[in-house]
Design a protein. Structure first.
Length: 288
């Protein structure tokens, strides 16, 4: 399957040509197919946010290309504008981006800019709000009257209302309580499942990525240093620690048990998987 979005030797320099020149992203080759859920990891300053801001044209590469369905999104101003409707980017703490008088107007902002009819805009607002479980009873409220979790869901609904084929999220659960995090991740997975969109999610929570992502990419010093299925990446716990990262709690326990002599697969990603693996080992022992 051809990738929906990819980068070729993507490089971005801050302060290019000055004594303060710094490479934030260096020659990153990356591709995502429709329906993939990709987690992006890296310590602070690794280039994660800079990288994802190139994927819908907020930042322009110093060199290299970003291709959407094979077309360079930075070829013209029109192609950049078109890409921003097809590639939705949810910033960290997106509720700070809310600005309209009502929740309904905020969610409708993107679809209106797409030139859709009033009826289609209303339908998209209702559909996006339903995705994130925002009741129509809040539509006429100011977004600033909502709870923190509702503000976050309103901001994400505004991106979903554009029906992006690629949905990118930068630390979407930051600052939410456990219930809010679980709810929001469920909404993100539901959007992917219904639309077959590619989802690219930056997170510092290894447990969230282990739960949601089928593939993990790791950035370090602005370079892509690891790219593989989540099991194989998290199984490289010592290497991740060397990059200043952690592993999911259950993976950490599996590695500890391996160190104690129990031949437990270090790629387990959930408590249930670990329990099943231990039970299998015990069953094998009884049959020996």
């Amino acid at each position: 399957m051809a990738p929906i979005i990819r980068t070729e030797k993507l490089t971005h320099l801050f302060g290019a040509g000055t004594p303060f020149e710094r490479a934030a992203v260096t020659e990153v080759d990356f591709a995502a197919e429709k329906g993939e859920f990709i987690g992006v990891m890296g310590h602070t300053g690794s280039g994660k946010s800079t990288f994802i801001q190139h994927l819908n044209g907020i930042l322009k590469p110093t060199s290299g290309r970003v291709l959407l369905d094979g077309e360079d999104i930075n070829a013209t101003k029109a192609s950049v504008r078109k890409a921003r409707f097809r590639v939705g980017l949810v910033f960290q703490y997106p509720e700070y981006q809310l600005f309209e008088e009502t929740v309904e107007k905020d969610i409708a902002f993107g679809p209106k800019n797409m030139g859709l009819s009033d009826e289609e805009v209303r339908e998209r607002v209702r559909e996006a709000a339903a995705f994130v479980e925002l009741p129509e009873g809040v539509f006429q409220k100011s977004p600033f009257e909502l709870s923190g979790g509702q503000k976050r869901r309103t901001a994400i609904a505004g991106v979903i209302a554009m029906k992006p084929e690629v949905l990118i999220l930068d630390e979407p659960t930051a600052g939410l309580d456990p219930v809010g995090r679980k709810t929001l991740l469920r909404h993100i997975r539901a959007y992917r499942d219904k639309t077959n969109a590619a989802v690219i999610m930056v997170s510092h929570s290894m447990d969230e990525l282990a739960e949601c992502a089928s593939r993990i990419v790791v950035l370090n010093g602005g370079r892509l240093v690891l790219d593989g299925d989540a099991r194989s990446v998290f199984a490289r716990g010592e290497e991740l620690k060397g990059l200043g990262l952690d592993v999911p709690h259950i993976t950490r326990i599996a590695l500890m048990l391996r160190g104690m002599g129990l031949p437990l697969d270090a790629s387990v990603r959930s408590v249930q998987e670990a329990a099943d693996a231990i039970a299998a080992l015990k069953g094998g022992g009884r049959g020996a």
